[in-house]
Structure formats: C-alpha cells, structure tokens
Design a protein. Structure first.
Length: 203
C-alpha cells in the first residue's frame, strides 16, 4: 500500500485545477459526513459538478452520469438531514433489514449487466461493466447516506476499493489518492455512526 501511495503522489503532479477543486471538496464532504454535519451536502454538490466534466473527458460515461445523480442527491440529502421527517427534528442513524440489501444488490447487478453490455457494444467506454457496477452500487449507497443508514459504509468500502484501480487506469491520479484516503476514513465513519446509532433511545 505504501508503494502505491508513493507512486500516486508522484503522478499527482499532473492533476488539473478542476480535479484539485473536485478532490478537495469531496474530501471535505466525507469528513463532514462522518461528523453528521449537514454542510457535507454543499461540498458534495460543488464537487460533483466538477466531476461531471472530468469523467466525460476520461470516457467514464457512467461515472459522469453518476455525478449528475450525486448532485441531485446532495439537494435531497440536505433536505432530509435538515428536516428528518415529520416525527423527528433531525434524521437519526438507523439500520435497514437484510432483505432490502439483498434485493438492492440483485437490482444493481442486473442493471450493471444491462448497461455494461450496451456501453460495450455502442460506445468507447472504458471498463463498461465495472464502470456500470460502481455507478449503480454508488447510487444505492448514496441514498443510504442521505437516509443515514449505517450499512452505507460497507458498500462504500467495496465501491471505493474498485474505484482506486479504475481511476488510476484512467489517469486521474489525484482522484485515485482521494479514494485511497476514503478507504482509510471509512472505518472511522463506520465506528462513529455505530456509536451514534447505539446512543439513540431504544428503537
């Protein structure tokens, strides 16, 4: 891992200013999300707007489309965290039944297979199946973050591990470094949200 980080740091000299802004705000998003700070969604909105352009240039079309969704979810996340629903002043951390996750994962695999097949046949997309899977899995995981579902952290660990390799292959060194940092921070987020969930009154 240390050798990979060293290589990434050396390659990061080639980053663009747009990527730098996107990465900085994406890092701020995660740090604020770990703390359950609503301002994470503003950082997410600006970062995702930058990434839409970056991923189109890298020919990761599903990733670009995903960031359009991220932008919409940033608005939704802000509203959900602020309002928390009719019965609560703020949205609490919760857990969802295993069956919901099984069904969601089956849908992600099916959608990724279909869109990956289409992209492979009709576009110059790089890694169409992997790109599709990370896109649909991230859509689900982002919705879980917006609803403060604890299990989101497990999804992000798998998604981000794959994304490190994906972005490195597409010459996005600073973004690759960001996702290496994400992998290191995910256990922190999981631990903090778990404490928050356990500290709530009996559900």
């Amino acid at each position: 891992m240390s050798a990979l980080v060293a290589d990434l740091a050396a390659e990061a000299r080639a980053f663009t200013p747009l990527e730098a802004v996107a990465v900085l705000l994406a890092a701020a998003y995660l740090l604020l999300a770990i703390r359950e700070n609503i301002w994470c969604w503003l950082c997410a909105a600006i970062s995702t707007a930058c990434y839409i352009a970056l991923f189109i240039d890298a020919k990761l079309y599903m990733e670009s489309l995903l960031n359009v969704f991220y932008f919409a979810m940033a608005v939704y996340g802000w509203l959900a965290w602020r309002n928390g629903g009719r019965e609560r002043p703020a949205l609490p951390v919760r857990r969802w039944p295993l069956g919901w996750h099984v069904a969601a994962n089956a849908a992600v695999v099916a959608l990724a297979g279909a869109s990956g097949f289409w992209l492979a046949a009709h576009s110059d997309a790089a890694f169409p199946y992997i790109d599709s899977w990370t896109t649909y899995a991230a859509i689900w995981a982002t919705f879980l973050v917006a609803r403060k579902v604890l299990e989101n952290w497990w999804y992000w660990f798998v998604i981000d591990a794959i994304s490190v390799l994906l972005y490195w292959q597409r010459d996005l060194p600073l973004t690759t470094l960001l996702f290496v940092a994400y992998l290191l921070l995910i256990p922190v987020g999981l631990a903090r949200w778990t404490r928050s969930w356990r500290a709530q009154p009996a559900r």
